[in-house]
Design a protein around this ligand. Sequence first.
Ligand code: GRF
Length: 199
Amino acid sequence: MLNLAVFGSGRGSNFQAILTALHQGKIPKVAIRLVISNSSSAGILEIARTHCIPAVHLSQKQFSSDDTYGDALFSLLEEHGVNFIVLAGYMKRVPARLVGAFRGSIVNIHPALLPKFGGAGMYGMRVHEAVLEAGEQESGATVHYVDEEYDHGEIIMQQRVPVMAGDTPGTLAARVLAAEHELYPEALRRLAAQGQEKQ
Ligand code: GRF
């Protein structure tokens, strides 16, 4: 059973897609135990609260050191029985201690076909602008394991979308986001079926 903590900083549409898939019975052996955001006003916390899922605003800024922040994060995860972490629009670097403890049980989604168009600074509209500037004929979404480098861990699944004539970063972003909403629940379904949670 994957007992998830979902980390996000923004609107939470991927989290919503996972939640919808769960409610539709499409991803058995997955439960959402906790949502964490570094931003108190993030939509993802709002969505979680609407569904009575524990939702916590936790930011490094609330702590005097990396260690005390890490301790708080670990005790929250333990308290809620979390054995798998899903990053869904999380804009902060995950503490290395957490990556180490959850290696192979922490995943992210990126709005491009990694290894292209990833890494530091490649987020939001910048990704789609770069794809269009490079004249790519296709883009897509990637679900990958998280390691110590941004957008670098092993690729789990990808979904491709075409780049269309006349695309703007906005139209391409919308097409990629729709692909993300299919891809992330499906990737979690597969990982749960394979028993990829932290033992
Ligand atoms: C998505 O495009 C995801 O690929 C990226 O951040 C965005 C999050 O969007 N990592 P949302 O908060 O899930 O709507």
